[in-house]
Ligand binder design. Structure first.
Ligand code: KIV
Length: 314
């Protein structure tokens, strides 16, 4: 069948073993043991399958989906309904990693009630294990309300793209003492609010290291050096599926875009020169049946069990 179906009754076929899902307690234990936590974003079933098979610990359906898969020019326009569609697809593709749903801009800021309602949608409707929100200050209050409602929350400090306009643009944060204090204060307020882990985005390595040492919860860096408890990268950046200039902190491990582009170009070439489909991609028919079919076509003897009396359209 097309579509490469590999699932049976919701379970992965072929591994013969069911792998326990990563828990928040596992992440805490990894920080304590000094074992780096591997986190990546995913936005659909195939990228979720890849993340799971590659053995990552945590998958985030980031609001970076706005840029990576929905074609928006920032994360601001993406809404809850769009995030839920993507997150459900990721859920269907995951077995082992912890799944976190990003709360998009506008889905939590206005009130604790709104934050809880949307976080519950991520958990109930999309099967998330936890949610993530950006910023300290009032966001810490929202985090606290969600945690009190029984929803695990991951924080996100430093560069917070949803509110880039109010922090001076899409640029590194905490590069002077005042800025570093702000990042530390945001992180500490999120920990106090009950967040189980905190993302540090675009923060100097030395600053992230000092703050990580003061926190009991794991820190996950993206552009924050290698002293955090783990790392996260955007799937489409790391596999090389995104176009255009990348942030300084991105390491591109592949050229998925190049590979896909070449595949589609080759397909187009082969369709145009009629070398595709070739003998391996066609179905055969018994020669006797084919002769009979030809005979019936020639005699105008198409299936007589039904007929159409439609007027031609147009
Ligand atoms: O949306 C996202 O991809 C993120 C990561 C950069 C942590 O928030």
């Amino acid at each position: 069948m097309s579509g490469g179906s590999r699932k049976e009754q919701g379970h992965e076929v072929g591994t013969g073993e069911s792998r326990p899902r990563v828990t928040i307690q596992d992440l805490t234990a990894m920080k304590a043991a000094g074992d780096p936590i591997v986190m990546v974003t995913a936005y659909d079933y195939p990228t979720a399958r890849i993340a799971d098979e590659a053995g990552v610990d945590v998958v985030l359906v980031g609001d970076s989906a706005a840029n990576c898969v929905l074609g928006y020019d920032s994360t601001v326009p993406v809404g809850m309904d769009e995030m839920l569609v993507l997150t459900r697809a990721v859920r269907r593709g995951l077995e082992r990693p912890l799944l976190i749903g990003d709360l998009p801009y506008g889905s939590y800021e206005a009130s604790n009630e709104l934050a809880i309602e949307n976080a519950q949608r991520m958990v109930k409707d999309a099967g998330c294990d936890a949610v993530k929100l950006e910023g300290g200050g009032q966001s810490a209050e929202r985090a606290r309300a969600m945690v009190a409602a029984g929803i695990p929350v991951m924080g996100h400090v430093g560069l917070t793209p949803q509110t880039a306009g109010s922090i001076g643009g899409m640029k590194a944060q905490g590069r002077d003492a005042d800025g570093a204090v702000r990042v530390a204060r945001d992180a500490e307020s999120l920990q106090l609010a009950g967040c189980f882990a905190i993302v540090f985005e675009a923060v100097p390595q030395a600053v992230a290291e000092l703050i990580t040492a003061r926190l009991s919860v794991p820190t996950i860096g993206i552009g924050a050096g290698n002293a955090t408890s783990g790392q996260v990268l955007v799937m489409h950046d790391l596999v090389g599926l995104n176009e255009g200039p990348m942030a300084r902190f991105v390491k591109q491990y592949g050229d998925a875009r190049g590979a896909m582009l070449e595949s589609v170009r080759e397909y187009a070439r082969e369709v145009r020169d009629r070398s595709f489909p070739g003998p391996d991609h066609v179905y055969s028919v018994d020669p006797g049946e084919l002769d009979e079919f030809r005979r019936r076509l020639e005699e105008g003897d198409l299936d007589s069990s039904y007929s159409w009396d439609w007027e031609p359209l147009g």
